[in-house]
Design a protein around this ligand. Structure first.
Ligand code: ATP
Ligand code: MG
Length: 363
């Protein structure tokens, strides 16, 4: 097998991308893309996966494909270096899924903690669409079709990568060494693994409406930051405050750099000094929120401006997707052919099979 370093990752077109995506995956993707260390990078807009829980609303998925693509381009994913494509247009992925399904038990799917949480969130408990239950298998197809060695994602994707690794091991042991086992690449900073929503409750998620979007306008960002959940026991400025579970500080952990203090809050040199003051008492929530607002505004402004430029030429964006999809399809078709070779189901290419069957009837 080759020693190529290959990335596959992606997002569901269920809405515009938010700052959780940024710290959980997008920021890292752009760094990896520009590091030059990878031979190939595939970025997938997972529309078929989005349909597993939006079957009755295909229009939502259809509308959001271009939104996700615009977000990609605006954070600095470069189509010359990263192959951006649309999942559903690569039918080979569906075919792989169908074969992998035979290597996974229903009980194994039911144990997936992320899927369990998502079923609850979507009120699917009484009746789960089969496609939704199986999306971890389809994700294994996406990853293995491109022989990805590294999958940079947020923490919620850990069970999916584990499921993929199991499928790869099972496939290779049954049919012979064919597929590549991928490694997950999680954010290095704990606050970025699973950024909470502005309500402080669950993970920031398009489906929960607790997001700050990458393309959010400045006034909206400010309003959302000022409404954020902090420490409910920190009533007076002089009260000592808690950092753990305090969403504003989680966001600062994820976004702020020392230079932000010099620019927007010179009372402190760094975040740990600010945290110490908050814990001692004497630092009010409003001041911390105002600082977070500045940090987010300065991070998101260049992204938003770049997006406005790309919004002027939507046909270009679709052209990027078309080209990326064509190139990705070639790679997936090659892998599917290898998979079917390993399973010995490429019947018409199989001269040995035809000869063997002829022999049987000569006797
Ligand atoms: P949906 O609600 O439709 O599932 P989502 O907001 O969970 O949308 P996805 O498209 O499912 O977004 O996730 C895309 C990528 O972003 C994955 O790698 C996921 O781990 C990462 N991600 C999503 N939300 C967060 C978050 N709050 N913090 C860190 N990473 C995240
Ligand atoms: Mg999700």
């Amino acid at each position: 097998m080759s020693n190529e370093k290959i990335i596959l990752t992606g997002d569901r077109p269920t809405g515009r991308l938010h700052v959780g995506h940024y710290v959980g995956s997008l920021r890292r993707r752009v760094e990896l893309q520009n590091s030059g260390e990878f031979d190939k990078i595939f970025i997938m807009i997972a529309d078929a996966q989005a349909l597993t829980d939006n079957a009755e609303n295909p229009e939502k998925v259809r509308q959001n494909i271009v939104e996700v693509a615009l977000d990609y381009l605006s954070v600095g994913l470069d189509p010359a270096k990263s192959n951006i494509f649309i999942q559903s247009q690569i039918t080979e992925l569906t075919e792989l899924t169908f074969y992998y399904m035979n290597l996974v038990t229903v009980a194994r799917l039911q144990r997936n903690p992320t899927v369990k949480a998502e079923i609850k969130m979507r009120n699917f408990e009484a009746s789960i669409p089969v496609g939704f239950m199986c999306y971890p298998i389809s994700q294994a197809s996406d990853i293995t079709a491109f022989k990805a060695t590294v999958v940079p994602v947020g923490e919620d994707q850990e069970p999916m990568i584990e499921q993929t690794r199991e499928i790869v091991r099972k496939f290779n042991s049954v049919y012979g060494e064919t597929l590549v086992e991928p490694d997950i690449m999680l954010p290095t900073d704990a606050s970025c693994l699973r950024l909470p929503g502005i309500d402080g409750k669950a993970k920031m998620s398009k489906s929960l409406g607790n997001c700050i979007y990458l393309s959010e306008e400045p006034e909206e960002i400010r309003k959302k930051v000022m409404s954020m959940y902090t420490d409910p026991d920190h009533l007076k400025v002089s009260d000592p405050g808690k950092i753990e579970g305090n969403t504003v500080f989680t966001y600062l952990d994820a976004f702020c750099k020392d230079e932000h203090f010099a620019a927007f809050c010179p009372d402190y040199n760094n975040l740990s000094e600010m945290k110490d003051h908050y814990k001692r008492g004497g630092l009010g929530d409003v001041k911390v929120k105002k600082f977070l607002n500045e940090v987010l505004q300065s991070t998101l402004e260049p992204i938003r401006n770049k997006r406005h430029e790309f919004e002027k030429d939507i046909p270009y964006v679709y052209e990027v997707l078309r080209k990326g999809t064509e190139a990705a399809k070639e790679v997936a078709a090659e892998t599917l052919h290898e998979v079917k070779d390993a399973m010995k189901i490429n019947y018409f290419d199989d001269a040995a099979l035809i000869a063997e069957q002829s022999e049987k009837y000569k006797a």
